[in-house]
Design a protein around this ligand. Structure first.
Ligand code: SAH
Length: 373
């Protein structure tokens, strides 16, 4: 039972847990053991923490919740994507997606797995092409709700294949903050969560394997650049001029390209990593030759990689993806300018795996759907 005064253990750091243990008269060193059970063994119950004395387990049970969220739906799309729909105590819904990248000559069970994590319930940024913005913003996720999505994901993969996790490692290879929400507008919960995932006592997951994607919040990009976290950064660009970007991303009015580009440059200088520019191809909106040329200039200036993503149709929105030929023409212009570019292979179209789509459906069925535009 989750008592109202309980907080989730997944929001604790080693130090904060030590402090709480000491205050309650338990030895501080127990904190390290508890973290081991949480992040290395990923246990579901306190009584599985067998090296802890019973009174301590009892105290933990009263003081903290372990996994207050539940998996509402574990939807398997194909052999490349599954989607977990997680419900929190307040009935908020959040999506966590498992994406498997097939590898040539290797069985699907060995494919690299990427977990796409949500940072908010809904989203306030209202990008015109995105399902998350359609239902508006509900709330920020707290640190523990972000961290526990990764625990759920690893456990789901381990359930499917008991050998999925090696030794003390989790059962996936990459984390992308590309699920629902704008991670940088929930900086105070997202960054601590990433620190827990990255820390040695926590998940010990390499920062090089974590990518944060943002619609372009300039002050927070600069703040993130100054963090001791060596994350990868992806920018949802989707328009190579203010005129085009403004039409589909309202955030561009607040932070136009002349502010965004220097912030990305600053991040790259501080962080030393190549930044990725994400560019959804939408027919007749941003797929012109001129946009490809402008995009090439930006990418070259920033030494950035460009990831073109053919638009994923969202029910209720009128946008379309360009023809394969048009996609090729666009990408070839970038290649000719020696820009490092990839075009994303489609994953999860059949389960509505793009940002916010699954939740939107569930909310519509529940009757909670509010159209804000
Ligand atoms: N708010 C953050 C992260 C969430 S969106 C951001 O904007 O980056 C994650 C990625 O999914 C973004 O690049 C977003 O533009 C993209 N996306 C959203 N809707 C999509 C759709 N219908 N088809 C393809 N990509 C989509």
């Amino acid at each position: 039972m989750v008592e109202p005064n309980q907080s989730s253990i997944y929001g604790e750091t080693l130090d904060s847990l030590k402090e709480k243990l000491t205050e309650a008269g338990h030895p501080a060193f127990r904190a390290g053991q508890i973290m081991q059970w949480l992040y290395k063994k990923r246990v579901a119950r306190w009584d599985e923490m067998t090296n802890l004395a019973k009174p301590l387990r009892l105290w933990l049970d009263q003081r903290f919740s372990l996994l207050p969220s539940k998996i509402l739906l574990d939807k398997k799309a194909s052999d490349v994507t599954d989607k977990l729909l997680i419900e929190y105590g307040d009935r908020s819904l959040v999506e966590t997606v498992v994406i498997r990248a097939p590898m040539v000559g290797v069985g699907q069970e060995n494919a690299r797995k990427t977990i796409c994590v949500s940072s908010q319930v809904g989203c306030a940024y209202a990008c015109r092409f995105c399902a998350s913005g359609l239902a508006g913003f509900k709330r920020d996720l707290d640190t523990s709700e972000i961290v526990s999505q990764l625990i759920h994901a690893s456990r789901a993969l381990e359930l499917e294949d008991p050998h999925a996790a090696k030794e003390d490692q989790v059962a996936f290879d990459n984390i992308v903050m590309m699920g629902m929400g704008e991670p940088l507008s929930n900086y105070e919960n997202v960054v601590p969560a990433l620190k827990i995932l990255n820390s040695e006592w926590g998940m010990h997951f390499g920062a090089r394997r974590i990518t944060l994607s943002t619609s372009g919040l300039v002050p927070q990009i600069r703040q993130l650049a100054d963090e001791p976290l060596n994350l990868r950064l992806a920018i949802s660009l989707h328009g190579a001029t203010n005129e085009v970007r403004r039409k589909i991303m309202p955030i561009n009015r607040k932070y136009p390209l002349e502010e965004l580009i220097p912030a990305i440059e600053y991040f790259r200088e501080r962080n030393g990593r190549m930044v990725t520019l994400e560019y959804i191809l939408i027919e007749g909106i941003n797929d012109s030759i001129e946009q490809a040329e402008e995009l090439s200039k930006i990418a070259r200036q920033l030494h950035a990689h460009v990831n073109c993503i053919p638009y994923n149709t969202v029910q209720g929105l009128q946008w379309k993806r360009p023809s394969l030929n048009r996609q090729r023409v666009f990408v070839n212009i970038l290649k000719r300018q020696s820009v490092s570019v990839t075009i994303r292979r489609e994953k999860g179209h059949d389960i509505d795996a793009a940002c916010g789509q699954l939740r939107l459906k569930e909310e519509q069925e529940r009757g909670n759907y509010v159209h804000v535009r």
